[in-house]
Design a binder for this molecule. Structure first.
Ligand code: PSU
Ligand code: MN
Length: 308
């Protein structure tokens, strides 16, 4: 196993390989949202739907995960089902990839793990739900997602609905600025609030079409210099957002429960998401899925415009 991995560190599915070789549009999809961000069995249905949305948009989906120590870019149906249904899958950020490969372990990749592997495969566009970011209690815990630093040195466009409101949104945007990661509001002057259409925090650049995003990617390519990501911040439609009053109330409870139960590290995000799900009667899940669907559709359009 270890020898095999050393020979072929990245397993790119035939379909994804062919699309990349022909310069056709490909959209990378992360798997942590499937394995750890959405409840079973809905998670598998969503994972399959997201792949279908990418196809309907004229691009090839490339869901990323590590299975038995092999990093995969592009999963067949059986592997996607493993990611959604297998117990004990790890959550793999970029720093976890090498230990997982060496140990022959299986895990879902976060934004940082996915962006790392997708870029190595040659994929330019990636869709997710929300980025990791700076946590609210950063001053005590120093908890800032590795997503931000990885994006600071990875040439990929990440379409997201902002960051979860469980995080410190202004601090996260500040870190992105410090790290030199570009942020485009898609048809919005405000950074989206993930479950909510807006967060109240302004963004410096707004674009109105996928073609304009593709122009920015080409300009990045032409300017050269050290690679960095482009965050395309795409709000959930206002009629599909979580009720803002319910959101604020339940969020306060989730943060208090997290502190009370002493949850830390990688467990924080899944804990808060689960709390929100249970205390909104599943409405947070619907807003979450609506946001991801919109991101995946937009990512397919951007990948197409970029490939054209
Ligand atoms: N935001 C969500 N759902 C998620 C995540 C973020 O709405 O499942 C996942 C993403 O994979 C993201 C990761 O990359 O959480 C960040 O985790 P951490 O804070 O441990 O870096
Ligand atoms: Mn963290």
């Amino acid at each position: 196993m270890a020898e095999e991995s050393a020979r072929e560190p990245l397993i790119v599915s035939d379909e994804v390989r062919e699309a990349l070789d022909l310069g056709r549009p490909v959209v990378a999809l992360e798997s942590t949202i499937i394995a750890h961000g959405l409840p079973r069995p809905r998670n598998l249905r969503v994972a399959e739907e997201l792949e279908e949305l990418v196809r309907a948009g004229g691009a090839v989906p490339a869901t990323v995960a590590v299975l038995d120590g092999r990093p995969h870019v592009g999963l067949d149906k059986a592997r996607l089902a493993r990611v959604a249904g297998e117990d004990g899958l790890r959550k793999l950020g970029s720093r976890d990839l090498a230990p997982a490969v060496a140990a022959g372990a299986s895990g879902a990749t976060t934004v940082s793990g996915t962006a790392f592997l997708a870029e190595r495969a040659g994929i330019r566009v990636f869709a997710t739900g929300g980025l990791g970011g700076v946590h609210r209690e950063w001053a005590e815990t120093q908890d800032e997602s590795a997503d931000l630093r990885l994006l600071a040195r990875t040439r990929i466009a990440v379409v997201c609905a902002g960051v979860k409101s469980v995080l410190d949104v202004p601090a996260t945007l500040q870190r992105l600025e410090t790290l030199g990661v570009g942020v485009l509001g898609f048809r919005t002057r405000e950074f989206p609030g993930f479950y909510l259409t807006g967060s109240g925090v302004p963004v410096d650049w707004t674009v109105g079409t996928a073609a304009e995003v593709a122009d920015v990617l080409r300009a990045q390519d032409a300017l050269g210099g050290p690679p960095s990501a482009l965050v395309v911040a795409n709000p959930v439609p206002v009629d599909q957002q979580l009720d803002p009053a319910l959101h604020d109330r339940v969020l306060a409870g989730a943060l208090a429960a997290c502190a009370r139960e002493g949850v830390t590290g990688q467990a924080v995000t899944p804990f808060l998401l689960d709390h929100l799900f249970r205390h909104t009667d599943g409405a947070s899940l619907e807003a979450n899925v609506a946001a991801v669907r919109g991101n995946v559709r937009l990512a397919a359009e951007i990948a197409k415009a970029y490939a054209a």
